[in-house]
Ligand binder design. Structure first.
Ligand SMILES: *Cc1c(COP(=O)(O)O)cnc(C)c1O
Length: 397
């Protein structure tokens, strides 16, 4: 069964609850069933033959699809405003499957200097091994995208906002460059969430999420999703069968449960993060705060144009060295020292500590990661408690 955009008139808050209604009605249960089955029975040989040959059957073999996937896909396609969606076993599964299905040897890809670390690895190391040329450009500079275009450019990959300093990419401008030349635009929308930003509204062809972050929202699952049109989704699904980045039925169920509260969580997360970012800017121990919702963000106007809210992630530098920054992070009581973002709990990472094993000091400088840099993912705690927790820890510097 395919997704239908039949709930067009619903707002996000309603469609996360009712966007999968047709499955609920069929199952006759208020809470969704979990189809813990790797294979599905056909009524007769004609149905078996049909399922075996049709694209994206939902009752054939779970690598092909599972009724739990369908429900999640229906909601995610509507949230992103695309024709359809395809859930995968992780965000990286979604990104690698998409790139491997749309690219061939001899093609060229333009990407950003700053992407999620594993995406950068795909661009720098993996694609070149398969004869795909890649060029990375400064994402805030639209002329850099234009200059990088070659006759064999097939994809422009963007991610906005992006780690570590929440730089924003102008989606509309990138789409304008790509469209007239027949180049596909792929956007990693993880840091924004579909509540805050809908790249397809600007003409982006493929919108990808790590559903591990906001979409699941409870730090309990790993998943990804590709939102696009039917034609591209079928091509990507065809490769997905070979790559095998399949979402487990349990994780699909958890993702569905997480999605029910996505708009509600985003409302609180957006408010909390903006308030905390402003508060941090006022503290004498803080050197600089990076958050697209702040007027001090160099691209605040662009962020306001293409985003409805600015998300959970705040980056900031404290006035101190590596050791002071470690001290600050360790003195936080409410905020868990862990990677990831966009869930119910506030999480904090001392960025330099995260990368010091993998990168040299020089590489960290080029990547824009000074030793006093902190990444904060704001959760659903009360803002007053978050402020006092941060204030106490800052006093330790
Ligand atoms: C986490 C993340 C990914 C990777 O997602 P996984 O679910 O961990 O595979 C990709 N892009 C961004 C921006 C992310 O934050």
């Amino acid at each position: 069964m395919d997704n239908h955009r039949n709930q067009d008139s619903y707002k996000d808050d309603t469609l996360v609850l009712h966007g999968d209604k047709e499955w609920a009605e069929k199952e006759g249960a208020v809470s969704p069933a979990i189809y813990y089955s790797s294979a599905f029975m056909a009524k007769d040989s004609a149905e078996f033959a049909e399922n075996a040959s049709k694209p994206r059957p939902s009752r054939y073999y779970t690598r092909y699809g599972n009724p739990g996937h369908d429900r999640v896909n229906a909601i995610l396609a509507e949230l992103e405003g695309t024709e359809t969606a395809l859930v995968t076993g992780s965000g990286m599964g979604a990104i690698s499957t998409t790139l491997l299905s749309l690219l061939s040897a001899g093609d060229h890809v333009i990407a950003q200097t700053r992407h999620y670390m594993s995406t950068t690895k795909i661009m720098d190391e993996m694609l070149p091994r398969f004869g795909v040329e890649t060029t990375v450009v400064e994402q805030a500079d639209i002329s850099a995208f234009e200059k990088a275009i070659q006759p064999n450019t097939k994809i422009i990959m963007v991610e906005t906002p992006a780690n570590p300093t929440l730089v924003v990419t102008d989606l509309e401008a990138v789409v304008n460059l790509a469209k007239s030349r027949g180049i596909l635009v792929v956007a990693d929308n993880t840091f924004a969430s579909p509540v805050n930003q809908r790249p397809h509204d600007f003409g982006v062809d493929v919108v990808i999420h790590s559903a591990t972050k906001y979409l699941g929202g409870h730090h309990d699952l790993t998943a990804g999703v590709v939102c696009t049109n039917h034609e591209l989704a079928e091509r990507i699904w065809d490769t997905h069968l070979s790559i095998g980045s399949v979402l487990s039925p349990m994780d699909a169920w958890l993702l569905l449960r997480g999605l029910r509260t996505l708009p509600l969580r985003m409302e609180r997360i957006n408010a909390n993060a903006l308030a905390l970012a402003k508060y941090l800017e006022e503290q004498p121990q803080v050197e600089k705060v990076y958050y697209p919702g702040l007027e001090s963000h160099p691209q605040h106007d662009l962020a306001k144009q293409q985003m409805k809210g600015f998300g959970a992630v705040i980056a900031f530098s404290v006035k101190g060295d590596y050791v002071d920054t470690q001290k600050f992070v360790s003195k936080l009581n409410l905020t868990t020292n862990a990677v990831s973002l966009g869930g119910v709990d506030s999480l904090v990472v001392h960025t330099a500590a995260m990368w010091e094993g993998a990168l040299s000091e020089e590489q960290m400088k080029t990547a824009g990661i000074p030793s006093n840099f902190v990444r904060f993912s704001v959760g659903l705690e009360h803002i007053d408690d978050l402020k006092s927790d941060v204030l106490l820890a800052l006093k330790e510097i």
